[in-house]
Design a protein around this ligand. Structure first.
Ligand code: SAH
Length: 368
């Protein structure tokens, strides 16, 4: 929790950012203040449905309660330092955190959808070989409120252009490495009195830490899971996704098979295609065998290239050939171009260090 100290009648009290609290936690805090629990629902409505900027604005709460809430809690908005717009409509936002660290989020409009791609950490510890956030290294976990706070801040930027309809935890960081804050954030996202996202409209993307997956299943939140697989064998995955050395494929796939998927839902496996590395026909065949019996679909992502990444995107021909093998084996496999490449907002491109150093400016037009 953010420990902004406040001095009150000579006593120092820590104040908490209210967006970091689940409804149950806020109810508990209210009870400790001698208030009624149902006020938590009202407060959630003010923050997330009406997006008020202060406790004072919560006009159906008694004045004394508004006052004591303001004494105990903060109600902050993340500050946007920079916005970039892609020629394909994606918008990338650079947020400044209170300790000077920076994170990025992306808004992706698509027909009747508006997807917000959120970060869960500043940087990332996992160092996947093709990911620019990995190049940046790990800076710190985000607090629950910093994860949640990206949503109202993005929504404010959207104004009348529409509402965010889908959330993906696919920005900077590994959500399951920051487990407690991520789960808290998921609870706030799905809280009916607040943001009220259906869990079906939320996707958590992860390298797949087996123990954390098991725990997440037990939480019963029911969000969609996307597992970043990227290789069909341990030898290859060890090189591309180094955490595989600690949690090899067998353990990961066991955790996936044990995951309590809601009826009619499927896991997604993400597979970044790297020319000559993991995109051979044999790789596709091995992948098909590896995923046998799993209720899943496969999301093939052609590599987003960058100078710091020592791989190339395969030719269209190779991409299609890989996809065809999976189709022939009965899988749903989509070949997805990620959005916002020209502003470095595409999958694996988020790197605030590069923003700071002024790299990535005037990127050549990829889509034209
Ligand atoms: N840590 C999480 C979420 C962040 S990355 C995870 O690993 O799933 C979101 C997706 O983008 C992941 O599947 C990741 O492997 C992929 N990605 C990373 N770098 C990429 C690149 N250069 N090109 C295409 N996709 C990339």
């Amino acid at each position: 929790m953010v420990q902004a100290a406040r001095v009150e009648r000579g006593m120092v009290r820590p104040s908490l950012e209210v967006k970091g609290l689940t409804r149950a936690e806020l109810e508990h805090a209210l009870q400790e203040m001698g208030e009624l629990r149902y006020r938590a629902a009202q407060i959630f409505q003010w923050i997330y449905k009406r997006q008020v900027g202060s406790f004072e604005d919560m006009s159906n709460l008694p004045k004394a309660l508004r006052h004591s809430l303001a004494e105990r809690f903060t109600l902050k908005l993340l500050s946007v330092l920079q916005e970039d717009r892609s020629r394909d409509g994606a918008r990338k936002f650079l947020f400044g955190l209170e300790d000077g660290k920076q994170i990025e989020s992306v808004l992706i409009p698509d027909e009747d959808r508006m997807t917000a791609c959120l970060s869960t950490q500043a940087g990332c510890a996992l160092a996947c070989a093709f990911c620019l956030t990995g190049v940046m290294g790990f800076q710190r976990h985000l607090e629950a409120w910093e994860i949640i706070g990206q949503i109202p801040a993005l929504q404010e930027r959207l104004q009348s252009e529409g509402r965010i309809t889908h959330l993906v935890l696919m920005g900077m960081g590994e959500p399951l490495h920051n487990y407690e804050a991520t789960v808290k954030a998921l609870r706030v996202m799905t809280e009916k009195e607040g943001l009220a996202f259906s869990p079906r409209r939320i996707t958590l993307s992860t390298v797949g830490l087996p123990k954390a997956l098991e725990k997440l299943g037990e939480e019963g939140i029911g969000v969609n899971l996307a597992i970043s697989l990227h290789a069909p064998t341990d030898d290859l995955r060890d090189q591309l996704v180094p955490i595989n050395r600690r949690y090899p494929l067998k353990e990961l796939l066991e955790a996936c098979r044990a995951y309590p998927l809601p009826p009619r839902r499927r896991l997604t496996f993400e597979y970044v295609l790297l020319d000559g590395v993991n995109d051979r026909i044999e790789d596709a065949k091995e992948l098909a065998v590896l995923l046998q019996g799993l209720r899943c679909k496969i999301n093939l992502i052609p590599l987003n290239e960058a100078p710091e990444i020592p791989f190339k995107r395969p030719s269209r021909e190779r991409l299609l050939a890989f996809q065809q093998v999976l189709h022939d084996q009965g899988y749903t496999a989509t070949l997805r171009e990620s959005r916002g490449w020209d502003i470095s907002a595409a999958c694996g491109m988020l790197n605030t260090e590069a923003v700071r150093k002024g790299l990535f400016r005037n990127k050549r037009a990829f889509f034209s």
